[in-house]
Design a protein around this ligand. Structure first.
Ligand code: NA7
Length: 498
């Protein structure tokens, strides 16, 4: 391995310019490091750039879905719209001087560890090769659209597209629109289009638990107060009730017979009972599995939307798609102009399809052949100086992924400290430490509410929940300080001895 690192300093490659990549870039710039963000598209923003469907809203309160160091006085409402969030990320990247460090239209197609040189060689889609001692994989989770395997989809005469590939010129206003899927996306689209379409059919394979939540606009006076006094925003961010809710939520996930999950189920069932008037519709919408098994839907208006006269909730199985519309198993046909596929994402991809080869040419795709995994969701044995933000087995649920990424950065930064100081040239978790973590995690994950019997993107290909299975407090604690004995380092002394 070459030893001229001390002279040139570390070079960092951040893969992906979404929420997590911008965070890493800001932190590295503040630390005076040399870094480049490689972004596949022509704009920053990640999921908020890709998703533009009507009704797109973040279901985490707006003031909690911001970087801790960059409060934002301009949110229009308690929950922010997608476009506002995209603006926030772009403004923040601009403000923190990130833009000159971003290479757009530069998808990383391969990352190969060069043992001799002690750096990563990244192949870009442009054919160029760049190198970096440290890779920060911030490539997001839900960004490879999953299309339904429905016979005849190609034969549809109208417009059919995935929710994350919204077509602005598709007929919607005054048109007959079908939406397949009732995850957060389908629910938001149906709510938004229920006042615009002439007819709306919501195709649901499994009914959802709908948690009623407050929604209100921030007045101009309130925004002005936030601008003058950012401490007011901190009060909202640090609001005890908000944090208690998060803690209660993760306790509900981990204690499937405890009082917290019972309270969530009761709140959702009361919502159904009190909001839906027609008994037949009520039964169609009644979930038949445990709450929070799939990602809980937060909505203040979906139940109003489905009771508008133009809306129909369809629970019969889809037999096939025909040129005119959707044919059901019982023979009925819903004729449609536009068909939206709100059918989710391939949540197990992470950095893939990028080819990542670690020590001895070992491929990430191979070691992830059963399930994607990483030590405490951040690092992987055999992949030195390779760090992930929002990687596999991290917490998922109804809380801010920004907070998750910031805590992960705090952890990564402590490991980077060893590289910066020259104490180590490479760092990676020990294989046995990772194996122990994964064994404990899988055992715990099977007992969470995610494993209680439902289909969801929280499950891996073998049916094991792929997420963090312990409390939020345990995650915060784990991220506060890496267990250094669980890490292997290459140090100068070893190199000399080789
Ligand atoms: P989700 O939550 O993965 O939801 C996908 C929906 O699509 C869900 O209702 C599925 O039904 C349905 N689906 C998927 N395939 C089919 C087929 N073949 N036929 C009928 N219905 C189907 O994706 P979203 O985009 O809504 O949300 C993803 C995340 O983004 C969300 O959790 C937030 O974190 C933000 P199923 O429930 O499997 O019966």
């Amino acid at each position: 391995m070459s030893t001229d690192l001390g002279r040139q300093g570390l070079r960092f490659a951040i893969i992906g310019g979404g929420m997590a990549g911008i965070l890493a870039a800001i932190r590295l710039r503040q630390a005076g490091e040399k870094f480049t963000v490689y972004e596949k598209a022509g704009r920053l923003g990640g999921t908020w750039r890709e998703n533009r469907y009507p009704g797109l809203t973040c279901d985490v309160p707006a003031h909690a879905y911001t970087y801790s160091f960059e409060p934002y006085a301009e949110w229009d409402a308690y929950y922010a719209k997608g476009g506002e969030i995209q603006t926030y990320f772009e403004k923040t990247a601009e403000k923190y001087g990130i833009m000159p460090h971003v290479r757009f239209d530069s998808e990383v197609v391969s990352a190969v560890w060069d043992e001799e040189k002690g750096f990563w060689r990244l192949g870009l889609v442009t054919g160029e090769e760049v190198v970096a001692e440290v890779v920060i994989a911030a490539s997001g989770v839900l960004h490879h659209p999953k299309l339904p395997d429905l016979e005849g989809l190609d034969s549809f005469k109208g417009r059919a597209f995935h929710s994350a590939r919204w077509q602005d010129d598709a007929p919607v206003d005054g048109a007959r629109v079908g939406i397949i899927g009732n995850g957060s996306t389908g629910v938001q689209i149906v709510t938004a289009l229920s006042t615009r379409a002439s007819r709306l059919v919501h195709f649901q394979r499994s009914p959802q638990w709908i948690m009623p939540v407050p929604y209100f606009q921030y007045s101009e006076e309130e925004k002005e107060a936030f601008r003058r006094e950012p401490a007011l925003i901190d009060e909202i961010r640090n609001n005890k009730e908000y944090w208690d809710n998060i803690y209660r939520f993760t306790h509900a996930i981990t204690d499937t017979h405890g009082p917290e999950i019972a309270a969530i189920e009761a709140a959702c069932l009361d919502n159904l009972e009190n909001s839906i008037r027609d008994p037949e519709l009520k039964e169609k919408l009644r979930p038949n599995y445990r709450a929070a098994c799939k990602r809980l839907i937060y909505s203040w208006s979906y139940y109003d939307a489905v009771q508008r006269p133009i809306v129909e909730v369809e629970r019969d199985r889809i037999a096939r798609i025909e040129p005119e519309g959707v044919r059901l198993a019982d023979g009925r046909l819903h004729e449609l102009d536009t068909l939206v596929l709100a059918t989710g994402f391939h949540a197990d991809r992470f950095i893939r399809p990028t080819t990542v080869l670690g020590r001895d040419g070992v491929s990430l795709d191979d070691i992830w052949s059963v399930r994607p995994t990483a030590y405490y969701a951040v690092t992987i044995p055999g992949f030195p100086n390779f760090f992930m933000l929002n990687g596999p087995t991290g917490p998922v649920g109804n809380f801010s992924l920004i907070d998750i990424a910031e805590r992960q950065w705090g952890y990564i930064d402590q490991l980077l400290g060893l590289l910066r100081s020259g104490e180590a040239q490479t760092i990676e978790p020990r294989a046995e430490a990772h194996a122990g973590y994964e064994e404990r995690r899988i055992a715990a994950a099977r007992t969470t509410i995610f494993g209680s019997g439902c289909n969801s993107w929280y499950l891996d290909a073998t049916g094991v929940p792929s997420s963090w299975p312990w409390s939020y407090e345990a995650f915060a604690d784990a991220m506060s300080a890496p267990v250094m004995e669980d890490y292997a380092m290459t140090v100068e002394a070893e190199l000399v001895a080789r």
